[in-house]
Design a protein. Structure first.
Lengths: 400, 299
């Protein structure tokens, strides 16, 4: 290519003669300053990342744009071949085009991924995200989520099961709707080990040394640690936390634990790299491996729920509410529950399950009986300061 | 030895420039590079150093105040010296392993491969056709407790029946070595390839044995390649966290894993202090190394 020098201003080389070295350097200096200004600002610290409905306004384009972006955990929806029957039915019924992502594998990771955008009121290009209790609560407290319109959620109002109606972090369910709830217990591979019956065995038995997995989700692992030490995971003191975390430190340094895992423990459990681990009920059920049972340890089970929420600046809130409402139809909920095997948060789904798969009706992992529920514990709601300190303590210990 | 380097003659500075008419073109050409450097190196570095001096009591909810809290550094180092030391150790072992595996390989390709040279070079690069993540995940299977390789090792008389490879320091270092080997082999190959064969003939004319010829001619002339290769291996290896994440255990965590976790836990000041400490450590180590190795041609 030939650059024509004759036409002034035609190319980068066609600068007027007058531009000399000094001017160039001045220019460079000014652009460096412009670039550097956010940097200079950062030298003064950063503002609180809290937002509110006033500071961060969202517009809803659901009327004109019939679409929805839904981010969820892997293996968490009914699948037939490459299709997702309940989701397709929703698309047909409403004409809303859903993009379904499975890009959430760990609450802390996902939080880290979106916190900068949400903290500065920028869109994260998702209309629904699904977060577990502690993280959901934190996001709501930070003002990062949009308040839901209950008029659009009649099914949720009518059918949400009693035990999930008012969690401490969102008392009236103003910002969140449970997708599924679940239990944390123990799974082991019977091909490689004798049965494990308690969490204490899991972390102390000599023959399991170096073949045990615990979870990177702090409330899951620490819930069991606290109860093993005789504390109540739903209501514990700082001293009880300290002694539980010290105990975990001893266990980690003894080499008992091979890995702290997210959803990915199933693969290791199947191959025998892990012979026993803390596990989520539905994962184990979905693995459909006869060698791998899910058991209720002597210390009880953790109960939690994953909650659908609409982040700030998401542009399809009404569409999102339509989807939430759709999944609280008992027939749809039963279809979903028959596939994912997590606890179904929808009243009336049990009756529908009779028609779909009667063998699942009495399954405690999907429709837990009151007896069964009484052996489960949640995790205490923590204030920001404490939560951050506890997360840090935990991270330091699992770091060896 | 530098004066006999064949590269020296080609390396006579930039192509001849008309000294009299050097207009703004030179500066204009510098702009994209400087802009890039300012945007992606200087700005982030300044931000990083600033963040490392924030008040550690801050949080997302409260914001972070700049208090010039230098105490972050001793605290971070006291809490995580074990992981820093482990990262440097793993990186060093992996680099030595890369030399042991990579030197013979690069030597064979440069001097002995003949017409297979191109194929072998492609073979060195071939793993890059698959994603880094997939390759590392494959090692999980390769070194798995119940896979053939470990079963075979257990069957051998001198290993215990309890032998494990995955989630041990061995698997982490092996993963790092494997992932960074091409970065060692390629610059070394480029160095070896340029060596004038007549120098070796001259050595043998002067009664040098092949071994002596290698030690006196080939090895010194390949040093720039070795230094470049070791730098390209050691520096990223020390900051790597994928291998430790996927192939390691709680007891093999490297400083990169800690920085990631601190970042997600929202403790920016400690995470930044740790990053800066790691950066300074590596720069010092590398500066000493390059100075000791005395290869001016590199820089």
């Amino acid at each position: 290519m030939r650059i024509s020098r004759a036409v002034p201003g035609a190319g980068p080389l066609a600068l007027p003669r007058g531009i000399d070295r000094r001017r160039m350097l001045q220019g460079a200096g000014i652009s460096a300053l412009a670039l550097g200004s956010p940097t200079l600002l950062s030298a003064c610290g950063t503002e609180s990342q809290k937002q509110s409905a006033e500071s961060c306004k969202s517009t809803d384009r659901s009327e004109e744009e019939k679409e929805l972006i839904f981010s969820n955990w892997p293996e968490y929806i009914d699948v037939a071949g490459k299709r997702m029957p309940t989701l397709e039915q929703f698309e047909t019924e409403t004409g809303i085009d859903v993009t379904y992502n499975t890009d959430i594998n760990d609450n802390a990771d996902f939080f880290g991924k979106v916190k900068d955008q949400l903290g500065s009121c920028e869109p994260i290009d998702r209309d629904i995200i699904t977060m577990t209790d502690q993280t959901a609560g934190r996001m709501i407290a930070l003002g990062w989520m949009q308040k839901l319109d209950k008029e659009n959620l009649p099914n949720v109002e009518a059918n949400l099961i009693e035990s999930l109606r008012s969690p401490g972090w969102d008392e009236n369910r103003d910002y969140s709707v449970p997708w599924q709830a679940g239990l944390t217990g123990i799974a082991y591979n019977a091909e490689y080990t004798d049965p494990v019956s308690s969490f204490e065995e899991l972390v102390t038995r000599e023959d399991l040394k170096g073949k045990v997995g615990l979870l990177t989700e702090m409330p899951d692992t620490m819930g069991f640690m606290l109860r093993m030490n005789g504390a109540d995971s739903a209501d514990f003191s700082d001293d009880e936390w300290q002694s539980a975390i010290e105990r975990l430190e001893e266990i980690v340094s003894s080499g008992q634990v091979r890995r702290f895992t997210g959803n990915d423990y199933i693969r290791d459990l199947k191959s025998g790299n892990l012979v026993a681990c803390l596990a989520w009920s539905g994962d184990v059920a979905a693995a459909e491996d006869d060698r791998i049972p899910f058991i209720q340890p002597e210390e009880g089970l953790n109960i939690w729920s994953d909650n659908m929420m609409v982040p700030n600046r998401a542009e399809h809130k009404a569409n999102a509410e339509a989807l939430m409402n759709y999944y609280y139809d008992p027939v749809v909920a039963a279809t979903l529950a028959a596939w994912v095997w997590y606890i179904c948060p929808v009243d009336g789904a049990k009756a529908e399950m009779e028609k779909i798969d009667p063998s699942l009706v009495d399954n405690n992992l999907i429709f837990p009986s009151d007896d069964f529920l009484s052996s489960t514990s949640g995790f205490m709601s923590l204030d920001d300061k404490t939560r951050q300190q506890y997360e840090k303590d935990f991270v330091q210990v699992i770091g060896g | 030895m530098a004066h006999i380097l064949p590269t020296e003659t080609q390396d006579a500075g930039p192509p001849a420039v008309d000294q009299q008419r050097r207009g703004p073109a030179g500066y204009l050409l510098l702009m994209p590079g400087s802009f890039w450097l300012a945007l992606f190196f200087i700005v982030p570095t300044v931000t990083l150093v600033a963040t490392s001096l924030y008040d550690p009591a801050g949080s997302l909810e409260l914001g972070y105040k700049m208090t010039g809290h230098v105490q972050n550094y001793p605290t971070a180092i006291a809490d995580y010296w074990e992981q820093i030391w482990r990262s440097l150790r793993y990186a060093l072992v992996a680099t030595v392993a890369c030399i042991a595996l990579g030197y013979p390989l690069a030597y064979a390709i440069a001097f002995k491969a003949g017409r297979f040279k191109t194929i072998l070079l492609v073979a060195v690069i071939a793993p890059f056709f698959t994603s880094f993540l997939v390759r590392t995940l494959a090692w999980q299977y390769l070194l798995g407790d119940n896979e053939w390789f470990v079963s075979f090792l257990r069957w051998l008389p001198f290993t215990g029946a309890d032998l494990r490879l995955i989630n041990t320091p061995f698997s982490v270092v092996a993963g790092i070595t494997y992932n960074f080997l091409p970065f060692f082999v390629l610059p070394l190959y480029a160095s070896l390839e340029k060596i004038d064969h007549r120098l070796l003939e001259a050595a043998s004319d002067l009664y040098a044995s092949p071994v002596k010829g290698f030690l006196k001619v080939t090895l010194p002339l390949s040093m720039p390649g070795v230094v470049a290769g070791t730098l390209l291996t050691f520096i990223p290896a020390a900051g790597d966290y994928i291998n430790a994440e996927l192939l390691g255990s709680p007891n093999t965590r490297m400083v990169g894993n800690e920085i990631q976790d601190l970042f997600y836990a929202g403790d920016y000041p400690t995470a930044s202090a740790l990053s800066v400490a790691l950066m300074v450590t590596i720069v010092v180590l590398v500066a000493v190394y390059v100075w000791r190795a005395g290869t001016d041609e590199l820089v």
